[in-house]
Design a protein around this ligand. Sequence first.
Ligand code: G3I
Length: 476
Amino acid sequence: MTTPRQRHRRGRLAAVGGLAAAALAITLAVPAQAAGSTLQAAAAETNRYFGTAMAAHYLNNSTTMNVVNREFNMITAENEMKMDAMQPNRGQFNWSSGDRIVNWARQNGKQVRGHALAWHSQQPGWMESMSGPSLRTAMLEHVTGVATYYRGKIHSWDVVNEAFADGNSGARRSSNLQGTGNDWIEAAFRAARAADPGAKLCYNDYNTDNWSHAKTQAVYNMVRDFKSRGVPIDCVGFQAHFNSGNPVPSNYHTTLGNFAALGVDVQITELDIQGSGNSQGEQFRGIVQACLSVARCTGITVWGVKDTDSWRASDTPLLFDGNANKKAAYNYTLDALNAGGTTATPGGQAGPQPTQQPTQQPTQQPTANPTTPPPTGGGTCTATYSEGEKWNDRFNGVVTIRANGNISSWTSTVTVRSPQRIIATWNASPTWPSANVMVMRPAGGGALANGQTASFGFTVQHGGNWTWPTVSCSAS
Ligand code: G3I
């Protein structure tokens, strides 16, 4: 049965070609649910966030801040956490503007995307003139210094920003950082992981939206290489700055899906689209539908609130006009979020790195015959909690699921006590029925034969409460 509102949404969806058609089957499969009346509420229906960039000067404008607070639950500092702002003089960090944004976000229940640890642009003057090994050292010191200072407060870091060239070369962008050696990107990721093991680590770039473009392919090949060699990367950010010269591609869902298939989350990180009226709205809708068609597309961030605050204000590329009124693009975006899609299933990031890397490739092939059908169920399971590493502000926990009899899958519930908050997970897919309850499901096949075990882990920011989480499990 459909409600009038659903029929209305479906009718509008059906009128769209290309992108919309790709997402349509998924959209129609979603059961009826209450419509979210704000962007963040509507995105949360499919376990996604909806964010905005925010400049420090927004804090002086109560009209803008009312919109930020009402509509968004993920905040990116527009300029205040870039290299020049964070370390204006070598060895002297200036946290003041970054802190204003991060503190406002956290005090208002928002999460924060960190932007950006290493970038060829917006470097402080002292760094711009450096090169070679001394620049490499300075870059790594910067990554470590900033990620350590904000440890535990950042949902995802843009560890490296815009490192590939435009055009058809598929080459790295020529820059002082690239001049320190081709491995500078992975060195930055390793430093970021060591400094803040709980944050997701992203590579972020623009003009990587069209699957057939050389730059998109080049970034894809780098991420595939990183995943195959264990370089700690968790996500890829697609900036998504669109205009008439760089329109929304009809294969956007293919791009997002192919990256996600490498085993990373994908996030739309700086969305803005030149235009106005319904035409602009339809393009925003296409982007939302593309994200909602990919389970590992975990959130969307627009690059500012009001058109007049945009880095390219004359393009009127945002969701609110200069008076903070909702534009047509806002309504299209909200409707597309409410129309639903896949439930987002963020991958777990690695958490603290293992202290030792495996020294050699496994010499044995798996002994199980891959054609053996998985156990068909009927058994039960038990969940056991064990303590992991502990830090001043957080601790790791591991849950082991044991099959009693054959099971075809399992679900495990983890409950933490206020003010504890789970800030990272790995080896299973979480959903969040409430702030302190996490339901984990197997990331792949969940079948276990009698006596077999599976385990997953998570990081708890404890806020002074060291009580162990309660865990349980049910089998099917
Ligand atoms: O704050 C100074 C002001 O004191 C001075 O009078 C004025 C004179 O030019 O400049 C002001 O700083 C400007 C700053 O934005 C704050 O408005 C800088 O010149 C200007 O270069 C800077 O632009 C930023 C741009 O990054 C720099 O690369 C934009 O705000 C910011 O939106 C933009 O964001 C980037 C992302 O980080 C990466 N992806 C692309 C995106 C858009 O370019």
